[in-house]
Ligand binder design. Structure first.
Ligand SMILES: Nc1ncnc2c1ncn2[C@@H]1O[C@H](COP(=O)(O)OP(=O)(O)OP(=O)(O)O)[C@@H](O)[C@H]1O
Ligand SMILES: [Mg+2]
Length: 257
């Protein structure tokens, strides 16, 4: 588990600036939620935190991302290490559809060049599926394709796949927005349990969800024609009950966005 810190992060697509000097510390052992209206740069910020932003051809950035004090953009550090330490779960579940449930979970080992014996893999698959709250439902069909699972199960499979490379931070970009309320509840319970072993950052448009799962919250906003920035951040309960900035008050009370 590690503390992740974004320092003065700015981001551009071509010459369009979408984030302006955004700083946020996401402490170890805490779930941090990022909230704010569509287009204010939440996903871009998340992608910068694990070096996915640079995959977009026109994209550029400034600032630093520190994982327990070490800059993940340091040229001496390998890209694959950043992605291994800082996992990501997306809005739309994206298991490898033709691969089995088992192979989906261990897929990350190949990518990170980690060797494991058959027994080690069996153990890893079981423990990651347990942590993701999926084991009971799939233990008798580990060889069936990932595509055969429901949307909520596929999302938990993706969480299990992320956990298999033992990340220190897990970034989740609206992980429940495509799911029904029951699957959402299961994933929220999973997150609360995982919070003991991995630092979690979640983007959500669901204000109740932010309050249920996160202890720290950051409110992003891009005012008309300006890049996104954090208006306010702090203890989640305080931000919802008694925000400092009137724009935060309006947003968390559903007045816009
Ligand atoms: N690949 C891209 N190329 C060009 N512009 C992009 C790209 N991705 C995002 N943007 C722009 O960057 C800004 C921030 O987008 P981003 O996806 O980070 O917002 P968001 O807060 O995650 O929104 P949402 O809540 O709708 O997911 C937007 O103006 C968007 O149009
Ligand atoms: Mg987004």
């Amino acid at each position: 588990m590690a503390t992740l810190e974004g320092r003065n992060i700015s981001a551009w697509f071509g010459d369009h600036q979408v984030l302006d000097r955004v700083s946020l510390t996401m402490p170890a052992g805490v779930v941090t939620s990022l909230i704010g209206p569509s287009g204010c740069g939440k996903s871009t910020y998340l992608r910068i935190l694990n070096r996915m932003h640079e995959l977009v051809p026109s994209a550029s950035l400034a600032g630093e991302v520190l994982l327990d004090g070490e800059d993940i953009y340091d040229p001496a550090r390998k890209l694959v290490d950043a992605r291994k330490d800082i996992g990501m779960v997306f809005q739309k579940p994206n298991p490898f559809p033709a691969q089995s449930i088992y192979d989906n979970v261990v897929a990350g080992l190949k990518l990170t060049g980690t060797r494991a014996s058959r027994d080690e893999k069996d153990e890893l698959v079981e423990s990651c599926l347990m942590k993701a709250g999926l084991w009971k439902e799939v233990k008798d069909r580990l060889r069936a394709p990932g595509a055969g699972l429901s949307g909520g199960q596929q999302q938990r499979l993706c969480i299990a796949r992320s956990l298999a490379v033992r990340p220190r931070v897990l970034l989740m970009d609206e992980p429940c927005s495509a799911l029904d309320p029951t699957s959402t509840r299961v994933i929220e319970e999973t997150m609360l349990e995982l919070a003991h072993e991995v630092t979690i950052v979640i983007v959500t448009h669901n204000m109740q969800q932010a309050q249920r799962v996160s202890q720290q919250c950051a409110f992003f906003l891009a005012a008309q024609g300006t890049p996104g920035a954090i208006v306010e951040h702090g203890d989640t309960d305080a931000m919802f009950a008694d925000p400092i900035d009137p724009r935060t008050f309006d947003y968390v009370n559903g007045r816009f966005g």
